[in-house]
Ligand binder design. Structure first.
Ligand SMILES: O=P(O)(O)OC[C@H]1O[C@H](OP(=O)(O)OP(=O)(O)O)[C@H](O)[C@@H]1O
Ligand SMILES: O=c1cc[nH]c(=O)[nH]1
Ligand SMILES: [Mg+2]
Length: 211
């Protein structure tokens, strides 16, 4: 079974059309990233373990399923991943947040890690790594490497992005076949600067107004 989940819900696709528009302003871009993230978060949490609890409604006693105390962490890849944190926390307010600072060197296109701070018990948590863009896959894979080095089982990692491309998906599937990928779009290809086409440009710059 493929580990690639493309979320093609009409509301998600409608919001993606707005997000890609080059004339969309910073505030609206930020708001849409959060809104789309919530839809993706709904899908990525679909298989969280559940347990039955007893409750009492105003009319009678009954049982109801609740999430079975799964320990979660959200791990944004900076900067652009920061734009997805609030959307995820809206759904999982008790999740811890660990930050992975990374930028792609403009010449080599290789990711450079400049910050890594996780909750102490990260090896016991399911980790949802978030970054709007999956281009070559180098940044996501370096983030996974860093988590695995700290004892996280790749089976406990999920990756959520807004835009992906065949090159990045292939790299992740070859190197981390156990990691489920959730995306709102599988675009056409990378250009010669490893930007996604049609894509949405530089997600970090559009989120933070640093164009
Ligand atoms: O799959 P890759 O080829 O590694 O490219 C994707 C990475 O590039 C972007 O970050 P960028 O380096 O622009 O940093 P920023 O978020 O600070 O803008 C993006 O947010 C990903 O982290
Ligand atoms: O298209 C791309 C590729 C990498 N990073 C981005 O922000 N956009
Ligand atoms: Mg950037």
């Amino acid at each position: 079974m493929s580990n690639l989940h493309i979320i093609d819900h009409p509301l998600v696709q409608h919001k993606m059309a707005m997000l890609r528009d080059k004339d969309l302003g910073t505030k609206d871009f930020r708001d849409l990233v959060n809104e789309i993230t919530m839809f993706l978060g709904y899908e990525v949490t679909r298989d969280l373990p559940q347990e039955e609890v007893e409750i009492e409604t105003p009319l009678m006693k009954t049982t109801q399923k609740v999430i079975a105390g799964k320990k979660l962490a959200i791990a944004p890849i900076l900067r652009a991943g920061l734009g997805m944190v609030d959307g995820m926390l809206m759904l999982m307010p008790a999740a811890k947040v660990g930050h992975i600072g990374m930028y792609r060197d403009h010449e080599s296109l290789e990711p450079q890690e400049y910050f890594f701070k996780m909750p102490n018990d990260i090896s016991e948590r399911q980790v949802i790594v978030v970054d709007p863009m999956l281009a070559t896959g180098g940044s996501a894979m370096m983030a996974f490497d860093s988590l695995v080095k700290r004892g996280v089982d790749p089976k406990q990692i999920k990756f959520v992005c807004l835009v992906s491309c065949p090159e990045g998906v292939k790299a992740l599937q070859e190197n981390y076949p156990d990691i489920e990928i959730y995306t709102a779009a599988l675009d056409e290809k990378l250009n010669e600067d490893a930007y996604i086409l049609p894509g949405l440009g530089d997600a970090g710059d559009r989120l933070f107004g640093t164009l």
